[in-house]
Design a protein around this ligand. Sequence first.
Ligand code: XBP
Ligand code: MG
Length: 252
Amino acid sequence: MIKAFIFDVDGTLADTERDGHRVAFNQAFDEAGLDWYWSEQIYGELLAVTGGKERIQFFIDSHNRPEKNRADLQDLIKSLHARKTENYVALLKNNAIPLRPGVKRLLLEAQAANIRLAIATTTTPQNVTALLENALGSESLDWFEVIGAGDIVPLKKPASDIYDYVLQEMQLDAADCIAFEDSFNGIRSSSAANLKTIITFNGYTRHDDFTGALLVLDHLGDEDNPSELLLKQTGQPFLTVEDVLKLSNELL
Ligand code: XBP
Ligand code: MG
């Protein structure tokens, strides 16, 4: 019996990477006087590594930046990332990034059906708060029993740590939960925690390998915004809680 839904944030709840995180990183680089610029394409490549600080390090290494020899490199990365977080939170306040189609509907439906909700993400906790407050109102923070985020665990996705942490906090078995993810690193993490996973891909992740997913959709769909892939597979415009429960029992 499914008792909880566990949601990833970036790319799953909202399309935050291209017009949110990427922009906030570039602002931080500019403010620090660095000549780095992450284009949409470069950012897509950098998404191979989760976590903002880890992504900056990956950029320096993979683009062979001279800064790699700086004695204060780790301090530089930390301060760039702190600025990036401030920029991202400000950006969401001024220009809220909407939730993806069907997300609010499914969250409300799940609560009505007494399904417990949680979040498992590699992003910084302040970013989750800012996204939820601006897109759904501050009361929505209470919809989630556990918000597992950022450096709270030793290893970020694709390691299972953040999902293991959330399951432990909720005192639930993986078999009683469904994860919602958008990326290869996301499903590697949820699968490593033995969770069944529903994928809603986005522009950056549409060609990722989602082997093992329970279902792969373009988005969750709403009445007035049908999920094309769900329509094709079941004739229904949007995914309901009942569908998720059936799917988990391989009945859909
Ligand atoms: C999200 C991430 C995060 C964000 C940036 O991955 O990798 O690093 O891009 O957030 P997922 P921070 O959706 O798989 O959790 O800069 O706060 O790390
Ligand atoms: Mg994601």
